[in-house]
Ligand binder design. Structure first.
Ligand code: BDR
Ligand code: CA
Length: 318
């Protein structure tokens, strides 16, 4: 049984915001071979206050209000906060949903304490910018040896790819310095990049099937998936966004089912100096045979039908 901390910039429920963290949270709750012990929030797809309210709200909706949510970093380590296009519209959502308060403390401390209290036991699944995880590692470098594994949705490895107007991938681009700290920490790391996660996406027919279940979360999530596809089509005219990629649920799934993905040892570094290539991940995939030593496992491929089948079968029942 994998004991999980989910570090997330969850935005499901805010208009015009990415939805895959919400699906990832739901999957982590439903998997019988994982126990979700702590949710920590971070600035990324949305500001950290809204993300915290949305996490609390979704846990209520999923019938798991006892899982603690701890608020994390408001800004990246060094870079300015990325202005979210829906920023003005989310204040109302935040006020409307604010009910329960998060657990006391701050995410990096909570991560550090939880990992150190259970050496070799805790897997961190990081599905937003790596600010909280980097601060936890800086507060106490022994987190790197105490953690069972850190699984990161971030970067792009097998081919250069970008969804929007930044080079590389969003989570690493938002806080490249944090990513660099995590990569240099010596912790056991797995990275799943955008080139792999773009192969697992939900289309409109999947969203319809989720709605048709009539289940409380599945129906809601199906509507959110339609909303996200609508938003992408409107926001990026001319680009064929017909699907909603499930980047983050794949990172949750591989915590207990690593065989869904093909892995390769690699030496990965992050560009932190250039503004033009900010946050681009550079992978030496021969690192297992040549110096320098590998610092992580990188996902190179995914069994998409197997993952989508496995994933939807869980979500249908929620
Ligand atoms: C990552 O950025 C976010 O938009 C998604 O939730 C995912 O974590 C993909 O680049
Ligand atoms: Ca995310």
């Amino acid at each position: 049984n994998r004991r999980i901390i989910l570090d997330t910039d969850i935005a499901m429920g805010a208009p015009g915001s990415d939805i895959d963290d919400g699906f990832a949270l739901a999957l982590a709750i439903d998997l019988s071979d994982q126990s979700l012990e702590l949710v920590t929030t971070v600035n990324g797809n949305i500001d950290v206050d809204t993300s915290t309210v949305l996490a609390l709200n979704l846990l209520d909706r999923l019938g798991r209000p006892e899982i603690p949510v701890v608020r994390g970093a408001r800004t990246p380590l060094r870079r300015p906060v990325h202005e979210h296009p829906a920023r003005d519209r989310v204040a109302g959502v935040r006020a409307e949903l604010a009910g329960r308060a998060p657990a006391p403390g701050r995410a990096p401390t909570a991560i550090m304490e939880h990992v150190l209290a259970c050496p070799g036991e805790i897997t961190i699944v990081a599905i937003g910018p790596l600010t909280n995880v980097a601060i936890a590692l800086a507060l106490e470098p022994a987190v790197a040896t105490a953690v069972k594994e850190i699984i990161v949705m971030g970067g792009a490895f097998m081919r250069t790819t970008s969804l929007l107007s930044m080079p590389g991938e969003f989570n690493i681009w938002v806080d490249p310095e944090a990513a660099s700290i995590v990569l240099g920490s010596g912790a056991p790391l797995r990275f799943i990049g955008l080139d792999v996660t773009l192969q697992v996406a939900l289309g409109r027919a999947d969203a319809d099937r989720l709605i048709a279940t009539g289940r409380p979360f599945a129906e809601y999530a199906g509507r959110c998936a339609h909303g996200w596809i609508d938003y992408l089509r409107e926001a990026y005219p001319g680009q064929e966004f017909l699907t909603a990629p499930m980047h983050d649920p794949l990172a949750v799934a591989v915590a207990s089912r690593p065989h869904l993905v093909t892995w390769r040892p690699a030496r990965v570094e992050v560009e932190v100096c250039s503004d033009i290539t900010r946050g681009v991940t550079v992978a030496d995939l021969l690192a297992s045979r040549h110096p320098p030593e590998p610092n992580c496992l990188v996902a190179t491929d995914v069994d998409s039908p197997a993952f989508i089948d496995f994933f939807l079968n869980h979500v249908y029942s929620l």
